[in-house]
Design a protein around this ligand. Structure first.
Ligand code: UT7
Length: 362
């Protein structure tokens, strides 16, 4: 059976930074409250013209370039997101077009903050089955567009960004070792975006009642997260036959520092094996794990042979964990002429897209 190896990774976070002090001028909160209760100090927000698709494309290009794989080699693109550009078409199709990934199938995956783990599991299974060879798995979010900036319970938590990995079939051992996915829809009202779907289509009333913004029962979600992270971690390790001592790096969904601390205590993981970049980005939902994964490799915290366990939890309720044996080193810097050719290729893809847009109307 072919194994699904992570051979490329990339991330994109928008330039604009919103600090806790900025927030304290918008709602009744303080830097002290946010840091002690969440661990977050700042978050990045999408600029005008930036969307989930545009950020996903940036992360995906970096991941493909790092892997040395051209977009025409990609068989499947999955974008895990709770903030797609449109209800339809999928954000994945917009990414497919922008990359010029002409051979790829493309779809979005909605599993809240667990989306990236779900997407990685689906893509890995398709590679292992032999159905595809190369997949681009992206987690991307523009949560700032569905955040109620008057609600201090939620607005201090979220940020925007995107992360991506390239998964490639290989006969070598390693890569994605196991994935465990879970869901319990009885908790659907604990974290939701009430309006804009078929239940409450947009109306004057839904806008007036601020139903197009995230609603969350924070304490309940907190309790759920603290319970589910250790149990799903143990399940995924059981499937691989590994123990917690074999884990080189643990990457939990970056939602709240206290949730991470509690889970880590329960799992008896030493703090140096736990990745945490929450203070710089806040909760970027489906993007948080791939952004963290990418930074961990860039910082030299993941090397070939290491086992990384990623755990997600969030709206649905959903949860999931994946264990990966890392097999690829950080790529060498790319020479300038190759960077130029890659930029040219993406420019040609954009031109091709424009021409095809005209063609559909002929
Ligand atoms: O990614 C999806 C998963 N989402 C999560 O994992 C989120 C999970 N939940 C949490 O992270 C935490 O529950 C929060 C950070 C959202 C809230 O922290 P908490 O320690 O659970 O606070 P709380 O909701 O119990 O509220 C405690 C107090 C309340 O005041 P009273 O009623 O005790 O007077 C809140 O009104 O803190 C107040 N409060 C704030 N105060 C200052 C809530 N938000 C703020 C704020 N600034 N931003």
């Amino acid at each position: 059976m072919p194994r699904a190896h992570i051979v490329g990774w990339g991330k994109y976070v928008p330039q604009r930074v919103l600090t806790n002090d900025d927030l304290s001028r918008m709602v009744d909160t303080s830097d002290e409250w946010i840091v002690t209760r969440t661990g977050i100090r700042e978050r990045h927000l999408a600029g005008e013209g930036e969307t989930t698709a545009t950020m996903a494309v940036q992360a995906a290009r970096q991941a493909l370039d790092g892997a040395g794989i051209g977009p025409e080699k990609v068989d499947l693109i999955i974008v895990a997101t709770a903030t797609p550009d449109y209800l339809f078409p999928s954000t994945a199709c917009l990414v497919q077009d922008a990359l010029g990934a002409r051979r790829a199938g493309a779809f979005d995956l909605a599993a809240g903050c667990t989306g990236f783990v779900y997407a990685l599991g689906v893509a890995a299974a398709m590679i292992e089955s032999g159905a595809i060879r190369t997949a681009l798995v992206i987690g991307a979010e523009t949560l700032s567009r569905i955040t109620d900036w008057t609600d201090r319970n939620t607005c201090v938590l979220f940020g925007d960004g995107a992360g991506a990995v390239v998964l490639r079939a290989s006969a070598d051992d390693g890569g994605v070792l196991a994935t465990v996915l879970g869901a319990d829809g009885s908790g659907s009202d604990l974290l939701l975006l009430p309006a804009g779907g078929s239940r409450h289509p947009a109306s004057h009333q839904t806008v007036a009642e601020r139903m197009h913004f995230i609603k969350m029962q924070g304490r309940d979600v907190f309790r759920f997260a603290v319970r589910v992270i250790p149990s799903v971690t143990r399940q995924v390790l059981e499937r691989t036959g590994l123990s917690i001592d074999d884990v080189s790096l643990f990457i939990p969904h970056q939602a709240n520092g206290r949730i991470i601390e509690s889970a880590v205590r329960d799992l008896k993981l030493p703090p140096e094996k736990v990745y945490n970049n929450l203070e710089r980005y806040g909760n970027t939902s489906a993007a948080s794990i791939p952004i963290a994964l990418c930074e961990a490799v860039e910082e030299g915290r993941l090397k070939p042979g290491d086992v990384v366990v990623c755990v997600g939890f969030g709206a649905g309720l959903t949860w999931g964990a994946t264990a990966v044996r890392w097999t690829h080193p950080q790529p060498a810097p790319v020479p300038a002429w190759r960077r130029f050719l890659r930029r040219l290729r993406y420019a040609l893809a954009a031109l091709g897209s424009r021409l095809r847009r005209l063609w559909w109307r002929v």
